[in-house]
Design a protein around this ligand. Structure first.
Ligand code: ADP
Length: 199
């Protein structure tokens, strides 16, 4: 499977999602993460890792040669692609995963992305709600209801807001490599999304 994680806004958990979905897919079959974000966030994540990540990370320039050895490939991409870039990204994958946080500005950027994709005739995309604030805040549910009502293809599960994701990023780790129940609960958020992907 070739997955591309893309968004028209920064800070929505794009790289965190690419890293954790690659980690999930790696539990099933050899998985490659291609860092196609000029910020090189995924490459930096790997560089901070003491014991390495459970999957290989390569630059997009290396990906064609290396990619043939892998069952799954996850592309991290630059934030705010223009229409032409979005089209080539969509054409280069089986599914585009579009993360959004449940706040008005991100949702607006998401809607712009989806309208662009629809205008391009791209149908193979799915929206992932990320960094969902904890109960009693209702932002996650409200965003889901709104996106659902507008007919947006959504992952049934979302990703909660949790400090462990920041810790994992700082230490170049996957949340399931961190100790504690909280880290495991957060890993399961991405496992559920991964299960939806391969279902
Ligand atoms: P993007 O690639 O969209 O810019 P990142 O994955 O780099 O987003 O995440 C942006 C910031 O939010 C980072 O500091 C990251 O650690 C943090 N973050 C990502 N996902 C979560 C989450 N589920 N809960 C809390 N913080 C998160």
């Amino acid at each position: 499977m070739i997955l591309t994680v893309a968004s028209l806004k920064g800070g929505v958990g794009k790289t965190t999602t690419a890293i954790h979905l690659a980690a999930y897919l790696q539990t099933l079959a050899p998985t490659l993460l291609v860092d196609n974000d000029p910020n090189k966030s995924a490459t930096g994540w790997q560089a901070r890792s003491e014991n390495g990540l459970p999957f290989r990370v390569v630059d997009v320039n290396q990906s064609l040669k290396v990619g043939r050895d892998y069952e799954h490939v996850v592309f991290d991409t630059k934030a705010r692609p223009d229409k032409g870039e979005l089209q080539t990204l969509a054409e280069g994958c089986d599914l585009m995963v579009i993360p959004t946080t449940p706040d008005a500005m991100s949702i607006e950027a998401l809607m712009a992305t989806v309208e662009m994709l629809k205008g391009l005739g791209v149908g193979q995309f799915k929206v992932l709600i990320t960094i969902i604030p904890p109960y009693p805040e209702r932002d996650g549910e409200d965003a889901r209801a709104m996106l659902d009502a507008n007919g947006y293809p959504l992952f049934a599960s979302g990703i909660r807001e949790a400090k462990v994701f920041k810790q994992a990023s700082l230490r170049g780790m996957i949340v399931n490599q961190l100790k504690g129940q909280r880290a495991e609960i957060c890993w399961q958020d991405y496992v559920r999304v991964g299960e939806e992907l391969v279902a």
